[in-house]
Design a protein around this ligand. Sequence first.
Ligand code: SAM
Length: 288
Amino acid sequence: MNYRHIYHAGNFADVLKHAVLARLVLYMQKKDKAFRVLDTHAGIGLYDLSSEEAQKTGEWREGIGRLMLAELPPQVAELLSPYLSAVRDLNPNGGVRLYPGSPKLARMLFRPQDRLSAMELHPDDLGRLSRLFEGDYQVRVTELDGWLALGAHLPPKEKRGIILVDPPFEEPDEYERLVKGLAGAYRRFPGGTYCLWYPLKKGAPIKDFHQALQDLEIPKMLCAELSVRSDRETTGLTGSGLIIVNPPFTLKDELHALLPVLKQVLAQDRFASQRAFWLRGETQPEER
Ligand code: SAM
């Protein structure tokens, strides 16, 4: 386990993931009934972007750094407001020194009845995450393989939930694991809203991945992708995608408003691109 999210916190991929996570949490709150967020690969929860690690890559500058400085159209500013308000609340003196990871962001948006279960395996990260939420009765941090949590922790007792699966993609088979993980989790909890993260980079098996997801025959599956640069000259991360199962019915339109603006703000070259479409469900055949 070499991956440490502190090097990448707040980058363009976090921006897309966290903007969508915030929309999912907000949508759940349209009903009074409690829900649970299951964060299977949680990280440390709160990131100091002035740390040596974050400064070393400087990735956040091309992500949340740009977004915080951008002039946003009103509709997009409103859609991003839960996410960006959380970032601003952590940085009352302006700028972005502290950045909320997925568990912290979800927790910041919670009402008293909402709950978080966060899994982490890296010993240092687990320690930090546990300390961050020490004494918080709404949060349970567990040292557990996130893939196992998809079985052991579903369905949640609230019977309403968002399941974020955000693995580090250190292993070559992680796309297949996502598909298998979703298949098992969905069987246990078909009513959950799932959000799966995956990387876009040169040679990534995206077509096969999408096909394998379609083959699961889960009725409602939305895909959102944002690439910030061409993959011609690099083998590194050039974009990221999210698969959202059982999305709020408003999400597709929201993505169609958000993604072009995020692309404009985060683009690193003229090959930046974005798309949001039903992988399965509402409008078929697939529209792009
Ligand atoms: N979800 C976090 C966020 O958005 O702020 C970032 C998570 S980071 C991409 C992936 C995390 O998963 C790392 O902190 C890593 O230590 C942890 N991890 C790796 N393998 C794991 C496993 N099998 N189960 C749980 N956590 C794991």
